[in-house]
Design a protein around this ligand. Structure first.
Ligand code: C2E
Ligand code: MG
Ligand code: MG
Ligand code: MG
Length: 292
């Protein structure tokens, strides 16, 4: 442990095999992930976020993917937790931020006004993040208010003082901060009150069964009410059916995200999707006007 602590202070990525039973697999994944970053095996997919009341597009969430040469397309759950045990996670966070803002800048040049949201691992929510964010914003002259950083409850519970300070600086800089997977962890209300965030994203586990589960409905209803009372905007993720979307509109949820609207898509599909989405909104508005 002392050896590991020394290496950590020296800024060397460390890995403690005592963490799990499959350490050889994990070590191999980690080594390959380093190569993946250099060899273009990583890419970002984008999932639309839709305003609940009028279905306009508000933004996209960036979701990391790894096209592994042997194992095929890997989801973040298969490699982010491994990266999070080492300093590699900081390089990944930076890479995703750079990629997402670069892609979003292209769309914006084509007239698409939308936010881009990037997931930030708890260990990347430290003071170094501010420098990376500044670098990315400056490189693309991306407006701070169109960048959303999604942090998890555990980042807040593990290290409340750092979380509050870093979130405060991001907010001062005009960047939006969202608490992801809200309701899944154990954020106390007092911690939330002291945290200068803009938005809560309700965890998918409460959304996917919403129509069938009165207890999920109760949880979602109170999160929306609580969030609104604290002046926060509320996003529901995992919206898979029209009935779920309708219930969330009824509950005055602000934004919706989920397979009902779109699956995460590759960057080159985004502009086409956005114009089709805008056209179908116009069509349904005309149909609604004609019917009334
Ligand atoms: P998240 O941030 O909560 O992202 C939402 C996840 O729900 C995504 O899974 C998305 O594909 C999935 N999803 C969206 N709509 C639906 C739906 O209607 N039904 C269902 N069943 N699923 C839906 P994905 O892409 O596998 O990402 C999983 C998690 O990995 C993310 O959860 C996030 O915590 C993490 N992650 C993704 N990209 C990054 C990244 O660049 N950095 C970090 N640190 N974490 C990332
Ligand atoms: Mg997220
Ligand atoms: Mg989430
Ligand atoms: Mg999640």
């Amino acid at each position: 442990a002392m050896y590991q602590a020394k290496r950590e202070r020296a800024g060397v990525a460390t890995y403690d095999p005592a963490f799990d039973d499959h350490s050889t697999d994990r070590l191999e994944t980690l080594a390959h992930l380093r190569e993946a970053m250099l060899e273009d095996q990583l890419h970002v997919r984008y999932q639309p976020v839709i305003r609940a009341d009028d279905h306009t597009l508000t933004g996209f969430e960036a979701l990391l993917r790894w096209q592994h040469p042997e194992r095929g397309l890997l989801l973040p759950a298969e490699f982010i937790p491994i990266a999070e045990r080492t300093s590699l996670i900081h390089a990944l966070t930076r890479w995703v931020l750079l990629t997402a803002v670069r892609d979003a800048t292209r769309w914006r040049q084509e007239g698409l006004q939308a936010t881009v949201a990037v997931n930030i691992s708890p260990m990347s929510l430290e003071f170094g993040l501010l420098g990376i964010v500044e670098e990315v914003l400056a490189l693309h002259r991306w407006p701070a208010e169109l960048l959303v950083l999604e942090i998890t409850e555990s980042a807040v519970t593990d290290n409340p003082d750092t979380a509050r300070a870093v979130v405060g600086s991001l907010r001062d800089r005009g960047i939006q901060v969202s608490v992801d997977d809200f309701g899944a962890g154990f954020t106390s209300l007092s911690q939330l009150r002291g945290l200068p965030v803009h938005q809560l994203k309700i965890d998918r586990q409460f959304i996917t069964q919403l129509e069938r589960s009165p207890s999920d409905d109760a949880v979602v209803t109170s999160i929306i009410e609580l969030g609104h009372r604290l002046g926060l905007s509320i996003v529901a993720e995992g919206v898979e059916t029209e009935a779920t979307a309708a219930r969330l509109v009824e509950l005055e949820c602000d934004d919706l995200q989920g397979f009902w609207f779109a699956r995460p898509m590759i960057a080159s599909e985004v502009l086409g999707w956005a114009s089709e989405h805008a056209a179908s909104r116009t069509t349904s508005a005309v149909a609604a006007a004609a019917a009334s």
